[in-house]
Design a protein around this ligand. Sequence first.
Ligand SMILES: Nc1nc2c(c(=O)[nH]1)N[C@H]1C(S)=C(S)[C@@H](COP(=O)(O)OP(=O)(O)OC[C@H]3O[C@@H](n4cnc5c(=O)[nH]c(N)nc54)[C@H](O)[C@@H]3O)O[C@H]1N2
Ligand SMILES: Nc1nc2c(c(=O)[nH]1)N[C@H]1C(S)=C(S)[C@@H](COP(=O)(O)OP(=O)(O)OC[C@H]3O[C@@H](n4cnc5c(=O)[nH]c(N)nc54)[C@H](O)[C@@H]3O)O[C@H]1N2
Ligand code: SF4
Ligand code: SF4
Ligand code: SF4
Ligand SMILES: [Mo]
Length: 898
Amino acid sequence: MEVYINDVKYDVDAPKTILSFCNEIGVEIPTLCYDKRLLPNGACRLCIVEVEGYKTPVTACSEKLKDGMKIHTHSEKIMRMRREILDLLFSNHPNDCLNCDKSGKCKLQNYCYEYGVKTGSYKNEPSELKVDSTNKFFTYDPYKCIKCGICVSACHNLQNSHAISFIDRGFDSYIGAPMEKGFGNSDCVSCGNCVSACPVGALNPKKKYPEDKFRYWEVRKVQTTCSYCGVGCQINLLIKGDRIVEVEPINTIPNDGLLCVKGKFAHKFVNHPDRLTKPLIKKDGKFVEASWQEAYRLIKEEYEEIMTKKGPDGFGGFSSARCTNEENYLFQKFIRTVFKTNNVDHCARLCHASTVAGLANTLGSGAMTNSIEEIDGTDAFLIIGTNTTENHPVIGTKIKKRVQDGAKLIVIDPREIELAKYADIYLQIKPGTNIAALNGLMNVILSEHLENEEYINERTEGFEEFKKVIEKYTPEVVAEICCIDKDDLIKAARMYAKADKGALYYSMGITQHATGTNGVRSTSNLQMLLANVGRESTGINPLRGQNNVQGACDMGALPTDYTGYQKVFLDPVRESMGNFWHTELPAKKGLTLTEMMHSAEKGELSFLYIMGENPMISDPDLNHIKKALNSLDFLVVQDIFLTETAEFADVVLPAASFAEKDGTFTNTERRIQRINKAIDPIGEAKPDWQILMEVSTLLGYEEYYNSPSEIMDELAACTPSYRGISYERLKTESLQWPCTSKDHKGTKYLHKNSMARGKGLFVPIEYEVSKETPDEDYPLILTTGRMLYQYHTRTMTGKIDGLTEIAGKSYMEISPVTAKAYNIADGERVKVSSRRGSVTTMAKVTDKIEPGVVFMPFHYVDGSANTLTNPVLDPIAKIPELKVSSVAIEKLERNSYV
Ligand SMILES: Nc1nc2c(c(=O)[nH]1)N[C@H]1C(S)=C(S)[C@@H](COP(=O)(O)OP(=O)(O)OC[C@H]3O[C@@H](n4cnc5c(=O)[nH]c(N)nc54)[C@H](O)[C@@H]3O)O[C@H]1N2
Ligand SMILES: Nc1nc2c(c(=O)[nH]1)N[C@H]1C(S)=C(S)[C@@H](COP(=O)(O)OP(=O)(O)OC[C@H]3O[C@@H](n4cnc5c(=O)[nH]c(N)nc54)[C@H](O)[C@@H]3O)O[C@H]1N2
Ligand code: SF4
Ligand code: SF4
Ligand code: SF4
Ligand SMILES: [Mo]
């Protein structure tokens, strides 16, 4: 069609609103209540335009273009009307721009300036409203609120939390939580998505300290990637001087302008006074500050001594899923070329090692098959062992949205997580019974012939043998094992199988078991049965946890793999990598992280180099870890804080945080994204890549790179799946591996025409009981995990006041039935004991969990869950059984501690 905008003719090919077309062609129309992610609500009326032949102006945000339309966006009449609207709005607004934090970024202020509105000419009775400061991270000022409704829509339709709405009508209306509880006492999860979208200063981040205050014109913006979880949200850091003062979401893949509380409000760890600023050396049991030269000299001395005494087997290193790809590449290269051992691993061993092993076995590639953006096309979700809204919040939000729009949702989790409330069917299984539950679903599917025969014949192998095992898992048998209703299981199987596009999402609830690899293979069995692999919006989607755990695995921070999962034990692979690095490489498979700890305890492994991990909180059976670390001859810890693990070190090296260096992270959907240096390293800290380069050179393997970009070029050259990646391309493209050449556009979903291994492999998997089952001495099942407001060992989130206020202390979820049996009331202190040790914590009595099961987050030093957990390992992936152990509990008298 043809339209005329301000007398200029345009051709338009698709239906569009006047506003979106004007935005495209660069004709600016003012808006206050418009957000392109939301449906237009026409509340502010500032976007009115004149259309020839229409009696009254129309709102450009909602009016669609029609053929022949003649539109005037800035006519005399329209300008006058807009001035009137702004005048009215300003009359209800405090004339406080001088002191308002939003000054310089407030749309009302900017439009008043543009349209020459100097004051509000209408007087209104001031109302009795109060500023709402109940949220820990932001305030709501009803006087500044222009009632545009964006925050309410953002909360309902983008964040899908439904925490706030308009309260009352007329001049006294305001935004808040139902029942006037305030934001802080509502269902608000402090994601800040409303705050980021508010056009004026009504919703504003709290600025507790003078150094947090800034003017928008004083700050620099640096685009980067959130350094918490594997979603990989894109953010702008707002930098004033050398401080991060605010974080803004970016409206792009993968987060579309959304963040969670950590990405939005938990950035103050970067400038925190506890940051390590100088190398530390332990002398007579105490740390003293040292120069880099002194620290390096000590490392060299100990290296030489231990190498002479023990040889390469005496050495090992933990790499870091918090660090960049470039740093992980250098770390494993350093361990292999300098220490001449494959004893290199990282926290994936505690996390998705079973995914890497299980999916490599059944499909040939151990990564999330599909992409976050494909959630929009999924018809049914099977959520098993992922507390998505707390641990991958932006993905959780997208799933909730899709379910709100009609997709089916089945949740399988021993705890009634938030997604269970939105589920069509919720199966509250006993911890440790995933395989039975999955086999049960497949039993129903096969007995009702709901499988996709054609796909099975063409794209898979091993079906017949697998089928025989599944036959045993009738709904009756499974209901008994899992403690669920058999009819629910049958309904779930039918619902899921009948959906065209079924996507399975899982995380630690599947992987952290002694049968973790088999659990992963079972997810693969189910998805292949329904032809849900290799198609858009389906897939097997392990949600990778840390910001760069996918990358750390891809980079070969694993004891059996070089980059891109090339095996160290295959002679031609090792020779070619050796040639590439100009050295001879060790052939022996390395020890895993869990095995290195045992080796240390036995006195075999003597020199451990830990970069960015904190096993003294995160590893199972902390008493054992303590012994292991104490048995080492020499421990180097390279971190941004003096962690519980660093306390055991002989040398501590201060590293630069994500905000202080360049590099890339690979998110859960295999997307390689840049981090950009925003400030100089704090104190004398150095980027990890620089430290590794210097230490490697010092110990005899020379390395020199001008920048991480050069490291990327090198690693791309030896990694087929990253071969097409370069910093140059990442400037303009968002790429997912495999990206095998300069012209390759990356891969949105895997296994499109065939599986990476050729045919998909069905594996017959039997259910096995967990290694520890409740008995007389330890009658309860303990499962462990995490929560929204803390991140792992709290080195970072523990520095954020608001998070500490919300969730500063260890607790244990316990069902009302169990609590009653032990005479324990909500909030009381309890002693929890396992065969490994005892801790005290606080009881949180909740219906979320079934009788006989308790849950503890593992974030805390006091009341640490990992004092209790069972270090028993999955025989294939060597991942510990962090999700099931047996414990006894005992009520403590008030204020008593063990
Ligand atoms: N806020 C926050 N976000 C994080 C992290 C964090 O520390 N804090 N850590 C990041 C990391 S590294 C990871 S790996 C991810 C982990 O993300 P998740 O896997 O979501 O985290 P968890 O809480 O460990 O466990 C998930 C769920 O498994 C359930 N579960 C326990 N046992 C079983 C079982 O036998 N079967 C089934 N089906 N479910 C079970 C638990 O009830 C829990 O709801 O989160 C990442 N995101
Ligand atoms: N009981 C129980 N235990 C668990 C789990 C569970 O569910 N239950 N989950 C397990 C899982 S899935 C995981 S992933 C692990 C996580 O275990 P860890 O990886 O040990 O935990 P983090 O706290 O993330 O430790 C990362 C360290 O890196 C540091 N760091 C951050 N940025 C940088 C940087 O740029 N450079 C350097 N050098 N250091 C940096 C941080 O300060 C921190 O000390 O915990 C595991 N432990
Ligand atoms: S708080 Fe902000 S976003 Fe919400 S209605 Fe008021 S002005 Fe609009
Ligand atoms: S912070 Fe998030 S959850 Fe809370 S009101 Fe705003 S959008 Fe809703
Ligand atoms: S969802 Fe993950 S990546 Fe996104 S803001 Fe939250 S912690 Fe950061
Ligand atoms: Mo993890």
